[in-house]
Design a protein around this ligand. Structure first.
Ligand code: HEC
Ligand code: HEC
Length: 327
């Protein structure tokens, strides 16, 4: 007992801090606009005329205007041949609260860093998550992450049949490579739009620091056209993959080997979700949300000892490694 106390005192004194602040890069909250009236003296900008032109994507015979592409109750399905027939709740949702899953998670369930990849999960895990969103056991530890609240509203509006249909649909598709992981010290300069990092024009670079920047391979294709074939690049710090490997494969004295539950190849085991090749931003939000107790469903109990001692940096390194694994 005495030695435990001494060890604790040493850890505290050495200033090792657990993840006390949300890892800001993973939540990607846009900075508040500067205080004060910044438009003083300027004429108010005329609202831009809506872009009604029809857009196209290579390999698709379809055409959609911008309003259709982002229609919450029937978004564009560019490549109907890429996936099985969508249940109505995935394709159209149901007014007023249940927005179509395919809007944010895409018809193929790949999703984007600001939400989650939902393809390839067991139906049991998927249904459990929907229950957790509904009963208050799954929230964001960052109250400004508005789209997690939107997800909660959607889950609350769904019927049991709709949940089952969505779980079976997304579970029928495998998780396949979607994110390219690159170790680097500098990254293209980005801005935050809707919880996602988009490269700014001009080719400027900036230091990566202790962050992971996950950005579309094709900013316009993702942001404007919501191209479900266009994936993401995750820039991770030099050496982070190797450090993450140590934590994931042997716990490094701080955590439990992930493979015991998530499968040796991290592709999932029975009902436990796969974590290989998935969004590092989403993964770190989950680890932090669980550590803070914002995500606390009955299955989350098994993850509690896993996350309890992790620092922000450990979480980053773990995510660099898991996202670099081939799913
Ligand atoms: C407005 C965007 C949006 C729509 C529409 C949407 N979701 Fe989500 N979904 C999210 C966000 C955001 C998260 C959580 C991200 C986080 O935890 O940081 C999420 C998470 C999830 C998860 C958890 C995934 C995991 O890895 O555990 C499931 C399951 C899910 N959504 C299912 C659905 C279903 C089913 C629908 C359609 C009925 C739907 N979503 C519609 C935004 C959306
Ligand atoms: C004792 C079993 C166990 C171990 C060990 C374990 N996990 Fe988990 N993990 C689970 C279970 C069960 C869930 C589902 C939790 C829930 O539903 O809230 C989960 C969920 C997760 C999720 C959320 C996935 C998503 O899509 O939202 C992440 C991320 C995760 N684990 C990462 C890890 C990492 C990284 C490790 C190793 C450092 C690890 N887990 C070790 C059992 C485990």
């Amino acid at each position: 007992m005495k030695s435990v106390l001494i060890a604790f005192a040493l850890v505290s004194a050495s200033g090792v801090s657990l993840a006390a602040d949300p890892p800001a890069w993973a939540y990607a909250i846009a900075p508040a606009p500067p205080a004060g009236n910044t438009t003083a003296g300027k004429a108010p900008a005329a609202p831009a005329a809506p872009d009604t032109s029809l857009k196209r994507l290579p390999g698709s015979t379809l055409e959609f205007a911008r309003a259709q592409i982002s229609d919450g109750f029937g978004p564009a399905d560019w490549y109907p041949g890429d996936h099985p027939t969508m249940p109505d709740v995935v394709a159209h949702g149901r007014k007023p609260d249940v927005r179509a899953c395919s809007l944010c998670h895409y018809p193929n369930g790949k999703g984007r860093p600001e939400n989650a990849g939902v393809a390839g999960f067991s139906t049991a895990y998927f249904i459990q998550q929907m229950a957790d969103f509904r009963n208050g056991n799954r929230k964001s530890a960052e109250p400004r992450k508005a789209n997690t609240n939107t997800m909660i509203t959607i889950a609350k509006g769904m019927t049991e049949d709709e949940i089952k249909a969505a779980a079976e649909y997304f579970g029928s598709m495998k998780w396949t490579p979607w994110i390219k992981v690159v170790e680097t010290t500098t990254v293209p300069k980005t801005r935050i739009a809707g919880g996602m990092y988009l490269t700014v024009e001009g080719g400027e670079k900036e230091p990566l620091g202790q962050r992971i920047i996950e950005t579309p391979e094709d900013a316009e294709g993702t942001e404007v056209l919501r191209n479900p074939r266009s994936g993401f690049i995750a820039y991770v710090p030099m050496g982070s993959i190797k450090k993450g490997e140590a934590l994931v494969t042997n716990g490094a004295g701080k955590t439990t080997q992930c493979g015991v539950c998530h499968g040796a190849d991290l592709k999932g085991l029975g009902p436990v979700p796969g974590i290989a090749g998935r969004s590092p931003s989403c993964l770190v939000r989950q680890l932090y949300d669980m550590q803070q107790g914002a995500r606390k469903g009955s299955w989350t109990e098994l993850m509690k000892p896993v996350v309890s001692k992790l620092t922000d940096e450990d979480m980053l390194n773990i995510a660099a490694y898991t996202s670099s694994r081939t799913p």
